[in-house]
Write a protein that binds this ligand. Structure first.
Ligand SMILES: CCCCCCCCCCCC(=O)SCCNC(=O)CCNC(=O)[C@H](O)C(C)(C)COP(=O)(O)OP(=O)(O)OC[C@H]1O[C@@H](n2cnc3c(N)ncnc32)[C@H](O)[C@@H]1OP(=O)(O)O
Length: 225
């Protein structure tokens, strides 16, 4: 979520004051850091899938666990205290390295590029692997809702306004097989601070989930501008 647009700090009493943080760092430096850290997240994604699928013997599993524990200790040698939050710089570049859907450092997040088309359709594509299974061979319903929620939130948050999910309704039309998926979302209408968004999740054969959502510009984010 962008922290620009006059909402830095999140408003007194909202609990977001320490999460929207402005940093004195150039966009080029943020891009450089992402290029270093994103491949680590990719490798950890592979580790998660390999952990699910491995058939190596038990001694090998124990040895790998010890190596992974050692790597965790190395990474924790210097770290931030708490969540990564949403940060932004004076150039309007924002980054949220821990975000559950698009965090560039978050191996739990599927690699998802969210694109706003010129006609304000927001779309995203990714490939959901074995980490996202619910019913056998199928995408977990909550994972579908997670991706839809985020892409719908981007659609609602046009022009860098902040919106929060108020209500989400999902209709699971048919099961979504693991594999490539596409999410599409667009604003249907607006009423005051409420933004109504419609969206779909689809596999290569068509729509599997239809979603309706009410996204709300929180009262603390309303500016006079
Ligand atoms: C560019 C980069 C982009 C980057 C974009 C990044 C996208 C990120 C997408 C992920 C989004 C998330 O997961 S967000 C995290 C999940 N969501 C949350 O945690 C939200 C928790 N709830 C809240 O913070 C709050 O309840 C709010 C903000 C939703 C509403 O609080 P508020 O601002 O005080 O609103 P309030 O005055 O009570 O109500 C205003 C109007 O909204 C209605 N309303 C209030 N709550 C709800 C509700 N839950 N569902 C429906 N409608 C509601 C009221 O009836 C009223 O309608 P009327 O009387 O005016 O008709």
């Amino acid at each position: 979520m962008s922290a620009t647009g006059g909402v830095a700090g999140g408003g007194a009493g909202t609990g977001y004051a320490s999460i929207f943080v402005q940093e004195d760092v150039s966009t080029a430096e943020v891009d450089r850091l992402e290029a270093v850290h994103a491949p680590l997240a990719d490798s950890v994604r592979d580790l998660v899938a390999a952990t699910i699928q491995t058939c190596v013997d038990e001694d090998e599993v124990r040895e790998v666990r010890a190596e992974v524990d050692a790597l965790v200790a190395r990474l924790r040698a210097r770290r931030i205290d708490g969540p990564a939050g949403v940060r932004y710089n004076a150039e309007g570049r924002s980054w949220s390295w821990g975000n559950a859907v698009v965090g560039e450092r978050n191996a739990v997040a599927p690699p998802l590029d969210v694109v706003r088309d010129p006609d304000d359709l927001v779309h995203a594509e990714t490939v959901l692997g074995v980490q996202y299974e619910g019913p056998p061979g199928m995408v977990h319903g909550g994972v579908g809702a997670l991706l839809l929620d985020h892409v719908m939130g981007v659609a609602a948050s046009a022009r860098k306004r902040v919106t929060f999910t108020g209500t989400l309704t999902m209709r699971y039309v048919r099961a979504t097989p693991l594999g490539p998926v596409r999410i599409e979302a667009r604003v249907d209408r607006e009423e005051g601070r409420k933004v109504f968004v419609v969206a779909t999740l689809a596999d290569p054969d068509g729509v599997t989930v239809e979603a309706h959502g009410v996204f709300i510009v929180p009262s603390w984010a309303v500016t006079d501008a």
